[in-house]
Design a protein around this ligand. Structure first.
Ligand SMILES: [Zn+2]
Length: 311
């Protein structure tokens, strides 16, 4: 176990002992109810987690954000951290959806944006053994879009990690030590980098990022990202998005499903805070959610074409 992995394990033990909120919520997670779908040749998981209401129903308009103290800058006294480097620190997420759920905020208050920090995401993936690192864009599930942060959870808790090994892929770009593919199949749009060279993949990511469309009034392309290691190889999945929330989120009556997709949902683990949804949701509903929040087929093809032409 590396020093950092050991420090994180110690942080978990200490926080569960000394911080009641964390202790109670991690204990509750052990009894969380789960449903499994095996459809379209892949696994998808539904988790009933009432505490998730905080992020599923989070208000992220400017007025709401300005009216609340930033929860990374103003932390409960009990919440401890590990300094990761000069830029980021590591905290326990007190509202977990994984047995080991970390938040990794920037050590200064600055808007959520991946552009300058993708390389740090790759560093985190190689330094945090056993974890997948994820990024939710400011309009793609981040509940603190005003303060840059990553999250991390147990790598095998993300169905995509296993599913992508068997998924068929179409190659989009090949570098010396890296490749970019698009995953096939009836799921969200996934662009997947596989690389053994951090510098090369970071530079390719920057180019892809700059080719993706940015909506008027926004400052970065809408996306979620999940990054993990397979041995000495980085695997990084980008989910280009077009909507923050699916139509069922806003629907009334029976049609309503309170799911606000972030990286976790795009990766095949859907978390519902309401019991009525946990019981009624079908795989068809989940596919519809992916489709509505992902970019459309035509947009996907346009991005692929640009990548092929320009990278
Ligand atoms: Zn802050």
């Amino acid at each position: 176990m590396s020093d950092l992995t050991q420090q994180i394990a110690t942080l978990f033990l200490a926080q569960k002992q000394d911080w009641k909120l964390a202790r109670d919520n991690y204990a509750a997670l052990a009894n969380v109810q789960t449903r499994y779908f095996k459809e379209d040749g892949k696994n998808t998981v539904l988790q009933f987690n009432p505490e998730r209401i905080r992020s599923s129903a989070a208000k992220i308009d400017n007025a709401s954000l300005n009216a609340r103290p930033c929860f990374f800058c103003h932390r409960p006294e009990e919440q401890k951290s590990i300094l990761y480097n000069d830029t980021f620190e590591i905290l326990l997420n007190p509202y977990p959806i994984f047995q080991n759920h970390l938040t990794i905020p920037l050590r200064r208050h600055e808007k959520q944006q991946i552009g300058p920090y993708y390389k740090e995401m790759l560093d985190l993936a190689s330094d945090l053994s056993g974890y997948a690192i994820f990024y939710n864009g400011p309009k793609c599930g981040a509940s603190a879009p005003d303060h840059m942060h990553f999250q991390a959870g147990n790598v095998l808790a993300f169905p995509l990690v296993r599913n992508s090994r068997e998924a068929s892929k179409a190659l989009v770009w090949q570098g010396k030590h890296s490749a970019l593919s698009v995953l096939s199949g009836d799921s969200p749009v996934v662009l997947q980098f596989v690389s053994t060279d951090k510098g090369e993949v970071a530079s390719a990511f920057e180019k892809v990022y700059n080719l993706m469309p940015v909506k008027p009034g926004e400052y970065e392309p809408m996306m979620n990202i999940l990054t993990w290691m397979e041995g000495k190889t980085w695997v990084s999945c980008i989910f280009p998005r077009k909507e923050l929330r699916p139509s069922c989120y806003y629907a009334e009556g029976e049609a309503n499903i309170l799911i606000s997709p972030a990286t976790v949902e795009m990766s095949g683990l859907f978390v519902v805070p309401l019991e009525k949804d946990f019981e009624k949701v079908t795989y068809v509903d989940l596919k519809k959610i992916w489709k509505e929040v992902s970019i459309a087929e035509t947009e996907k093809n346009e991005i692929i074409l640009k990548i092929k032409e320009k990278i």
